[in-house]
Each structure stands twice: as C-alpha cells, then as structure tokens.
Ligand binder design. Structure first.
Ligand SMILES: Cc1cc2nc3c(=O)[nH]c(=O)nc-3n(C[C@H](O)[C@H](O)[C@H](O)COP(=O)(O)OP(=O)(O)OC[C@H]3O[C@@H](n4cnc5c(N)ncnc54)[C@H](O)[C@@H]3O)c2cc1C
Length: 339
C-alpha cells in the first residue's frame, strides 16, 4: 500500500510527489503522458508584483521564499538547472502610471521595484521601471527530470485515470492494482471529472520566437512580455481567454501578441512555435486544497502564477495530510463547499 496516489504529473503533482517523498511518504503518480499539461506550455515566469495596482501579489514574500527553496532543492536532487533569475523591465504606459510607480518606489513598497530610468536601448515614451525577484523556472526540464526520478523509484504509472474505477474501502482506496491510503487529484484544468470543484479553465497562448536584437538579460513587459530563453530565442506571451474556446492556437491571437510586443521591439522576429494550454483558475484566484471525499483530496487551481505559489501550497497540504494541521482558510476547498 502507498501513502499517496497522485493523479497528474504537472507542476502540482510533481512538487507534491517530490516533497512527499522527502517527508518519508511512499507515492505513486499516475499521468496520461501530459495529454493536457498546462505546465508544459507555460513560460514558467515568476513575478511577485501585480501591475494593475502596483502592489505585491497575494502572500508574495512567503511564496517567493518557498518557491526558491523548493526549486533549489529540486536542482540539487535532480541534478539540473531550473531557476533563471532575471530582472523585469516594466515599460510605463503613461505619465500617471509612472508617477504612481515612482511614488511607490521611493516609499520602498513594494520592495521589489526601482524608480524609472530611460533605458535608451528599448524604445519607450514614459520610462522603464525595474522589478527584482523575477525570473523563470524551466518547467519542461523540471517535469521531464521528475518523470525520470519517479520512474527510477517505480513510482510513475503512464495511464489515463478514471475516477469511476476507484474503489473505496474503510481505511484505503484502490484503483486498478494500486492500493493507497489517499488519492490527491492534481489533474489541472480538466478536473471537471470531480463534481463541485470551482475550477475555471482559462486558455492561454504563448509563442517561442527568434528575436536576435531582443534584450537578453531581462524580461521586458509592456502589457505582454518578451522573456529571454536561450541564444536569441524568447518566449512571448500571453493571452487570457475564458470559455467557450477551442483548445487550439488561434492565428489572430498570435498576431495580436506580436503587434503588442512590436510597440517596443523593432528588430527581426520569427515565430518558431505557437502553443496553447489551459490554466486551472478559481473564482478568487487562490489555489484549492483539501478533502473532497473519503480518502480523496485535491491540489489544484494554481491559476496564472503556479510557479510562485505551488511550493507553499504543497507545504500546507502535506502538513494537513500528515500532521492534521488545519489548511489556511484562503486555500481550503471548504471555502467553496461550506459557506
Ligand atoms: C500559455 C500559458 C502560459 C503560462 N505561463 C505561466 C507562467 O509564466 N508562470 C506561471 O507561474 N504559470 C504560468 N501558467 C500557468 C501554469 O501553467 C499553471 O499554473 C500550472 O502549470 C498548473 O499546473 P497543474 O499541475 O495544476 O496542471 P497541469 O500542468 O495541467 O498538469 C495536470 C497533469 O495531469 C494530467 N492529467 C489530467 N487528467 C488526467 C487523468 N484523468 N489521468 C491521467 N493524467 C491526467 C495532465 O495530462 C497533466 O500532465 C501558464 C499557463 C498557460 C496555459
């Protein structure tokens, strides 16, 4: 019998499996070969700021610290480079925004931002503000390294999971030949097979482009972003779309992304790849963790900032599962199921 049967080896399931193993649990992860993994499409960017009101995002300090701890540990154990720290250059959209930005930078709150400068290498009208604490995590490398790591421990099953095949016993569950004390569903935006989970699928599209004259040592954001990946190759994104949508990349969205970035980048630009994925978002933009039935649990709703929030979310879930610590109300699934 394993302690945890984890459904999904995306970002949520991989981080959960890694930390659960470190805490001495036995795990089995089942994944359908990433048939619907948002984590493989994501740019993996982390940014502790919200530009809408120029404030820290929710729980930024704690999430940022847990994120760096987690991916540093994963780098060591998996023997791969995952974290790429980069400043983010925010292009001021107008005088009013610039004024508010500089007032906050002078007050030192949020602590991540610096006052605007001209940055003559990037065409701009109102100046550019720098944000620290940003960068990206190489999610395809993380997911494939975790795949090997789990396979080497005989802890990965490549199969489609069907909740109808779960048999519930008094102190455990079984699915096919696997017997487990608990199931944790980390299946991302396709979690609609679980009733009453308020997951709102949000489609995103992102491009991989060759941009030889692009800024190589910073992420440039003008509402959309151009993020250096390697030797002149950049990620460019992203779009946000609520249902109804079809899952494929849309040509018009590709053109809109390029048009926006072109406002501040006039060099050569060739599209190498155009991908779409579905983010698992929630009504209050916070993740969803906790009990959803006998021996059944969920870790989902990582939304648009999965990289930043996943490590702390998983930490709280494991404290809850292994030590009966209450989950913070703001991430507990009960906030939706028990009013
Ligand atoms: C275009 C785009 C750009 C993004 N950019 C960023 C970014 O820059 N920074 C950031 O932090 N976040 C970003 N995100 C959001 C990020 O991708 C998500 O927060 C995160 O990846 C969600 O991870 P997850 O593990 O919950 O879901 P997923 O990555 O979708 O993983 C779920 C896994 O479960 C498997 N699965 C599902 N159902 C079953 C089943 N029945 N049987 C077996 N296996 C199953 C799937 O195939 C998949 O492998 C972006 C998302 C998109 C779409």
């Amino acid at each position: 019998m394993v302690d945890l049967l984890i459904v999904g080896q995306g970002l949520a399931g991989s981080v959960l499996a890694f930390r659960a193993l470190q805490r001495g649990c036995s795990v089995c992860v089942v994944d359908n070969n990433h048939a619907s993994a948002a984590s493989l499409v994501a740019a993996g960017m982390f940014n502790p700021m919200s530009f809408r009101s120029i404030v820290d995002v929710w729980n930024a300090d704690v999430h940022h610290e847990f994120m760096l701890d987690f991916f540093s540990d994963a780098e060591q154990v998996l023997g791969v480079k995952l974290i790429y720290s980069l400043p983010l250059l925010k292009i001021m959209p107008d005088e009013g925004f610039k004024h508010r930005w500089n007032a906050k930078a002078v007050a030192g709150n949020p602590r991540w931002i610096k006052s605007t400068t001209d940055h003559s290498e990037i065409p701009n009208q109102y100046g550019i503000g720098e944000v620290n604490g940003c960068g990206y995590v190489d999610l395809p490398v993380f997911l494939s390294s975790m795949k090997h790591y789990l396979s080497a421990k005989n802890a990965l099953v490549n199969h489609q999971f069907d909740v109808e095949e779960v048999v519930t016993h008094s102190d455990h569950i079984s699915w096919k030949q696997i017997v487990a004390k608990r199931i944790v569903h980390c299946s991302g935006a396709v979690a609609s097979y679980l009733p009453n989970l308020p997951i709102i699928p949000n489609k995103g599209e992102v491009l991989t482009v060759q941009a030889p004259q692009g800024v190589r040592n910073a992420i440039v954001n003008n509402g959309k972003w151009l993020m250096p990946h390697h030797s002149g190759v950049f990620r460019l994104g992203a779009t946000y779309e609520r249902p109804p949508f079809d899952d494929r990349p849309v040509m018009q969205h590709r053109d809109e992304l390029i048009q926006k970035v072109r406002e501040n980048y006039q060099g050569d630009l060739e599209v190498l790849k155009h991908e779409a994925g579905i983010r698992p978002t929630t009504p209050d933009r916070k993740p969803i963790c906790g009990s959803i039935g006998e021996h059944q649990y969920v870790c989902n709703g990582l939304g648009t900032r999965g990289v930043l929030i996943v490590a702390h979310t998983v930490h709280c879930l494991l404290d809850f599962l292994l030590h009966d610590h209450p989950l913070p109300r703001e991430i507990d699934v009960k906030r939706f199921t028990e009013k």
